[in-house]
Design a protein around this ligand. Structure first.
Ligand SMILES: [Zn+2]
Length: 372
C-alpha cells in the first residue's frame, strides 16, 4: 500500500508535468526564435545582406507570426537604416499568408520608414492606405495628420481631420479648429483680414471650447486696443499673451495704454500678476498701472528686487529700469517668463499652439517669475 505522502508527491509531479508541457508548447516557438534572434543581432555587424535574407526566410518558415521580422526591421530603423526596414515591411505587407492585421501593421510601419527617410508624401500615402483597415484607422489617421502638420498642408489636414472626427469626434473637431486657425493666420499675415475673420468664426463653431480662435483674433485680427483688452478679460489664461500684443496696437501712446489698462484692472483685479508678467515680456505696456502691478508682484515674490527697482513711486519707474530688470533676469536661471511644453519640456520665449519639438497641441504653459 503506498503511503499518503507518496500519493501526494506523485500527484504534484503529474500536475507539474502537465503544466510544464502546456507552457512549453505555447512558448516554444517564440522562445526559440527570440533566442536565435538575440544571437543573430549580436553578430549583426558581421552579417551580410544574404544572411539577413536567409534569416528572414527561416523566420517565415518557422512560424506564421511575423514578430521576428518586425523586430529586425525596428532594429534597422532605430540604427538609421530605413531602407532595410522598408524592405522588410514591404515584404510583410505583401505576404498573403499573414492575417490582415499584421499586413496593415506593416503598412503603418512603411509610413514610419518613409517618414524617417524624410519622404513625407510617400509616408502620407502609406498611412492613407492603412486607414482602410478599420482596427488601425485611428492610428493611421493620426500619423497622417502628423505628416500634414509637418508639411504645413493645412487644407489636406482639414480633410483628414474630418475623417478622424468620424472616429473620435472631439479630437477631430479640436484639430480642425486649429487647422482653420492656421489658415486664418496665413490669411491675416497676407493682409486679408476679412477672410481671416471668416475662418476664425468657422473655427470657433467647429470647437466652441477651444480658446484659440478668440485669442488668435485678438493677437492677429487687427482689432482695436480696446477689443484686445476685452479678449484678455474673457480669456485670463492667455491674458499675458494678449496684453503683450495689445501694447503694440495702442500705437505706443502712454495715455491710451494707461486709460485702457486701469479700466481693465478695475473690472478684473485678478489680472494684476498677469499684467506684471506681460510687462516683462512687452515693455511697450509700461505705464503707471502696469508698473504698479509689477511692483506688487516683485514685493510679493522677489522682495530683494523690489528694493532695487520698486523703491520710488510707480510713475517714476522708467523704461530704463524695466530694461535693467529684464537684462538682470535674462541672466538668472528661470528669470524671464517663457513658454514650456507640458509634454516634452521644450521652452521658448514665444507662444506656439503646436510644440515645435514634439508636435503636441495646446501644451505650452507660461512659466512666470511671479507664479508659484
Ligand atoms: Zn513638446
Amino acid at each position: 500500500m503506498p503511503s499518503d505522502l507518496t500519493v501526494t508527491l506523485a500527484g504534484i509531479i503529474i500536475v507539474v508535468a502537465v503544466l510544464g508541457y502546456w507552457f512549453g508548447r505555447s512558448g516554444e516557438a517564440a522562445g526559440r526564435l527570440n533566442w536565435r534572434f538575440r544571437e543573430f543581432l549580436d553578430g549583426l555587424p558581421r552579417r551580410s545582406e544574404k544572411a539577413i535574407d536567409a534569416y528572414l526566410r527561416e523566420a517565415e518558415k518557422e512560424q506564421r507570426q511575423p514578430e521576428a521580422a518586425f523586430e529586425l526591421a525596428a532594429y534597422f530603423r532605430a540604427s538609421g537604416d530605413w531602407r532595410r526596414a522598408l524592405q522588410i515591411h514591404e515584404s510583410l505587407a505583401a505576404r498573403a499568408d499573414l492575417v490582415a492585421e499584421a499586413r496593415a501593421r506593416a503598412g503603418l510601419e512603411i509610413g514610419d520608414d518613409y517618414r524617417c527617410a524624410g519622404m513625407l508624401d510617400r509616408a502620407g500615402e502609406a498611412y492613407a492606405r492603412t486607414a482602410g483597415y478599420a482596427p488601425l484607422r485611428l492610428k493611421a489617421l493620426r500619423r497622417r495628420l502628423g505628416v500634414c502638420e509637418q508639411l504645413q498642408d493645412w487644407e489636406q489636414a482639414l480633410r483628414v481631420a474630418a475623417q478622424l472626427a468620424r472616429e473620435a469626434p472631439e479630437d477631430g473637431s479640436r484639430l480642425r479648429c486649429h487647422y482653420l486657425c492656421q489658415l486664418a493666420e496665413e490669411r491675416a499675415q497676407a493682409g486679408d483680414s476679412k477672410q481671416a475673420r471668416k475662418l476664425w468664426k468657422q473655427a470657433a463653431k467647429e470647437s466652441p471650447s477651444c480658446p484659440r480662435p478668440a485669442v488668435d483674433r485678438a493677437l492677429l485680427g487687427g482689432d482695436s486696443f480696446g477689443r484686445g483688452l476685452a479678449a484678455a478679460a474673457s480669456h485670463p489664461e492667455f491674458a499675458e499673451l494678449i496684453l503683450g500684443r495689445s501694447g503694440e496696437k495702442a500705437g505706443g501712446s502712454p495715455e491710451t495704454i494707461e486709460r485702457g489698462l486701469s479700466m481693465l484692472l478695475d473690472g478684473n483685479p485678478g489680472l494684476r500678476p498677469r499684467l506684471a508678467t506681460a510687462l516683462l515680456m512687452a515693455p511697450g505696456l509700461l505705464c503707471r498701472s502696469s508698473a504698479e502691478c509689477l511692483f506688487g508682484a516683485l514685493r510679493e515674490a522677489h522682495p530683494a528686487y523690489a528694493g532695487t527697482y520698486a523703491a520710488g513711486p510707480p510713475e517714476a519707474f522708467a523704461s530704463q529700469s524695466l530694461n535693467e530688470l529684464r537684462d538682470e533676469w535674462r541672466k538668472t536661471a528661470g528669470g524671464m517668463p517663457r513658454w514650456r511644453c507640458a509634454d516634452c519640456g521644450h521652452e521658448d520665449e514665444t507662444h506656439a499652439w503646436r510644440c515645435m519639438e514634439c508636435g503636441a497641441w495646446e501644451t505650452a504653459r507660461l512659466i512666470s517669475p511671479f507664479s508659484a
